[in-house]
Every structure is written in C-alpha cells, then in structure tokens.
Ligand binder design. Sequence first.
Ligand SMILES: Cc1ncc(C[n+]2csc(CCOP(=O)(O)OP(=O)(O)O)c2C)c(N)n1
Length: 369
Amino acid sequence: MSGPEFVLGDVVKVLEPDATVHPDNDPGLSPERCVALYEHMVMTRALDERLVTLQRQGRIGFHIGSMGEEATIIGTAAALDETDWLFPCYREFGALLLRGMPLQAYIDNMYGNANDPVKGRQMPDHYSGKPYRFGSVSSPIGTQITQAVGFAWAAKLRGEKLAAIVYFGEGATSSNEFHCGANFAGVYRTPTVLVCRNNGWAISVPAEKQSATDTFAQKAFAYGLHPIRVDGNDLLAVYKATREALALARAGTPVLLECLTYRLSGHSTSDDPTRYRGQDEMAAERLKDPLPRMRAFLEKKGLWSEAKQAALIAKVDADVKAAVEKAEHSAAPELDTMFDDVFAERPWHLREQYEESKRAPRAQGHGSH
Ligand SMILES: Cc1ncc(C[n+]2csc(CCOP(=O)(O)OP(=O)(O)O)c2C)c(N)n1
C-alpha cells in the first residue's frame, strides 16, 4: 500500500505587514473583486453585531457568528466555482450570502417565520440553500464532513465536474466523523477540500488541549490527503490557498486546509468567553483582525477611504434594518407545514396528530409568533 508523498509546507501568507503584496505572491484577484470581498466581510461583521443585539433584546433566540473568521470563510467560498458545493459548519452565513442567498431569506431563517426556507423547524442559523449549492447546517459535530465526502464521491462516480468544500472547527478533528470523512476522501480520492477553521477554541477547550500534534494540517498524512496551512486572517492568502487546494482536489488529491484564525466573539450567544480566556489574549488577537488588514491593503492601493467605509456601514445598517422589520412583521409558518416534506402521503397517525394540533392553543390564535 503506497500513496503520494506529502510534506507540510510553510504557512501561506500574502499580505505583508506593511499591507502590500509581493508580485510573485499575488493571487490575481481584480481590484473590483478585492473591494467586493472586503465589502462582504464588513457586511458580515455588521450583520453579526446586529444579530447579537437582537438576541440580547429577546427578538431572536440564538446566533452563532463568525467575528474574526471572515477572511477564512469568505476567502474560501470566493475561490469556489459556481458548480462547486459548500457544506457548512455553523459559522458560514457569510459564505451563504456570498453564494447568493438574499439577506431577507437569511433573516427570515433567524426568525423562523413563514418565509424561512426551512419553515421555522430549526434553531436560528441552521440554514441551507440548494439553489446556492449549499448543504444544511448540521449541529452534531463533524457530520457535515462525511456528508461532503459522500456527496463528492457520488459526483465523481457520476462523472460530474465539481468539488465540495466542507468547514469545521479544530475541535471537530477529534470527532469520529472527521476520521471517517478524511479516510473515505483519501481512499476514494474524492474531489473534496476539508477546511479546518483553527480558531483557537472549541467552546472552552483551547486548541492545545484538542490534539497532541503540533498542527491540525499534519493529520492529513494519516489519510493520504494533502496538507496546506494558511494565515486564515489574510483574505488574499486564503483565496490563493483554496484555489490551489481545489485544483488538487479536482485532480484527485483531496486536501486538508488548516486556516489559522481566531474566534473574536463567544462561541455563540449562549456563551461567555470571559469565563475561560484572558483579556490579554483577546487584545492580542484583535490586532490580527482580518478586516483592518484588508482595508489597509485597499487604502494603500487607493481603492478605499473613510467616506466609502461610512457609506458602506450606512447601507448595511439600512438593509439589515429593513430585512429585520419585514421578518418581524411576517406571520409564523402555517401549522400544517409541520407535517410537510416527510411522507408523500400523510399517514393516519400524522393526520391524527394534525387534527389534535388544530385544537391546541396556537391554532386558536394563542402563542403564535
Ligand atoms: C456530537 C456533538 N458533541 C458536542 C456538541 C456541542 N458542541 C457544539 S459546538 C462545540 C465545539 C466545536 O468546536 P470546533 O469544532 O472547534 O468549532 P468552532 O465552534 O470553534 O467553530 C461543541 C462541543 C455537538 N454539537 N455535537
């Protein structure tokens, strides 16, 4: 039994400390695309902040965000071809919006109202979007890895020219699903890129306690995957590394891409990170925030200014406000949609439950949205 020989290369970096890019290292994105991706990161951050506020006000039940990880999530998603598929963890709403889901549909999902694409049956931030080639968020850790690998394997068997990218935190590398998924990807050489968002923490467990290895990327060796490490707070580096990873995956060498980043917020709105990590660490990590880093690059090139930043924030605020207002005035899903999408024909016991539900308080106009 012998597989390809892999080595763990250096961490891919593109943005220099002085916010320039060496010409040999340029990922080849047009100035317009660089601006658009920066704007998308800013929009994602602003949306994140707004959603935390809405949760604190009791207007939505939950939010799990991507503050600090925008370059990892948006840089990888931007590198996909339209025909590729994306399997999210739970922090990838920025990628979903980049793939084309309208902001309103995402906000409707946060409210679980009648317009929510998943009909209010899930917690907020448990989105999916077939038209955007975007799999479902599945909360049990790591399950999306086997789903993505199986999907890519099926596509390969059918002769479809696509790759699948799947996201998970470094904590998920300790799950059975990571082992099964990585092993299957290696054995069947599926066109898959496994994106490990190494954000330093799995809720309150630090990355050092998650694994005895020095890096997460080196786990690739055990499965015959190609390892790549990248500065996950450098949008241009993430884009470049993902393009390389996708090319390898399409050619039959699946990749484990470790993105070195940091979760600046709590794990979710249900978490208080000050209980387990120090202010010094937070302060040091804020200095590496991917948004100011990309902004400095654009400013140096004369592509961005304070006025553009202010106009963008004002537009995002107005868009989010309008979407929230609409979502809050939308009805709750119709009661009987609860019974849809399970059986082609509703069986007797569900018909019975449906009749019973019509006599319950919500059907009488109480306890609705
Ligand atoms: C099978 C399973 N066990 C435990 C949990 C609870 N849980 C939710 S997120 C999480 C930590 C995940 O950390 P990581 O994989 O590093 O991803 P991150 O949240 O940092 O992005 C845990 C333990 C779960 N969702 N599923």
